[in-house]
Design a protein around this ligand. Structure first.
Ligand SMILES: C[S@@+](CC[C@H](N)C(=O)[O-])C[C@H]1O[C@@H](n2cnc3c(N)ncnc32)[C@H](O)[C@@H]1O
Length: 215
């Protein structure tokens, strides 16, 4: 596993927060995973093409690893070394060959056009500048490559959306994640096209698929 310190102060705060919560993360997620998210993760990973080179951004403790296609070549990054340590232990338990590295999603250290697919689940709610992170995802995708996201987003319901805006500063302070991100719009702003979006949980959880259609 390669390591590097982040230099962006906002990303540094995220790194420290996830370092603090890493040991509780899987336990906190367990119920939601069992009831809902495990199925959505499986649906997302089923869309990754066979034998693809894949970058997982914000791998966390590696909850997605059990869904990795067996013939894919996977590189996975995260800003938090404590989350990455857990991901590495999980990869060993599952006997997976995953290239893990500590890196900021906003400044990926990969060449342009490096991957067939970029995947992230529940990450762009906490990346400080989500459009910058998505632009980086686009840059490292080869032309024709696929972005796959599973994210919670701001509600499209006017009242619920306003409530989320109002609550967001408190949630960011408590949990570090923004609950009012407009991630579908952000994917478009980052220059990705061919969007396909399926919605779950009152339209708040989205499975987003997009492509890099031009160089
Ligand atoms: C809510 S957790 C999701 C983890 C995992 N993807 C999952 O589905 O369980 C968010 C993860 O994104 C990582 N993260 C947040 N901002 C990041 C950034 N700028 N660059 C890389 N990773 C980041 C955090 O360290 C954390 O591991």
């Amino acid at each position: 596993m390669t390591t590097a310190a982040s230099v962006d102060p906002a990303a540094e705060l995220v790194r420290k927060r996830y370092n603090r919560v890493a040991r509780f993360y899987d336990l906190e997620q367990a119920l939601g995973e069992r009831l809902l998210f495990e199925r959505l993760r499986r649906q997302l990973w089923e869309r990754v093409p066979r034998q693809a080179t894949v970058l997982e951004v914000g791998v966390g403790t590696g909850i997605n690893m059990r869904h990795y296609p067996p013939d894919a070549r996977i590189t996975a990054i995260d800003i938090s070394e404590a989350m990455l340590a857990r991901a590495q232990a999980r990869a060993q338990r599952l006997n997976l060959a995953v290239e893990l590295a500590q890196m900021d999603a906003q400044r990926l250290e990969f060449a342009d056009d490096s991957f067939d697919a970029v995947v992230a689940t529940f990450v762009f709610c906490s990346v400080p500048d989500p459009v910058a992170g998505l632009q980086e995802a686009r840059r490292v995708l080869r032309p024709g490559g696929q972005l796959l996201l599973l994210e919670h987003v701001r509600s499209e319901n006017a009242l619920a959306g306003k409530l989320m805006d109002w609550l967001n500063p408190l949630i960011v302070r408590l949990a570090g994640a923004n609950i009012n991100r407009r991630t579908v719009e952000n994917v478009r702003l980052a220059g990705l096209d061919d969007l396909r979006v399926s919605s779950r949980l009152l339209n708040i959880v989205k499975l987003i698929e997009a492509r890099k259609t031009s160089p």
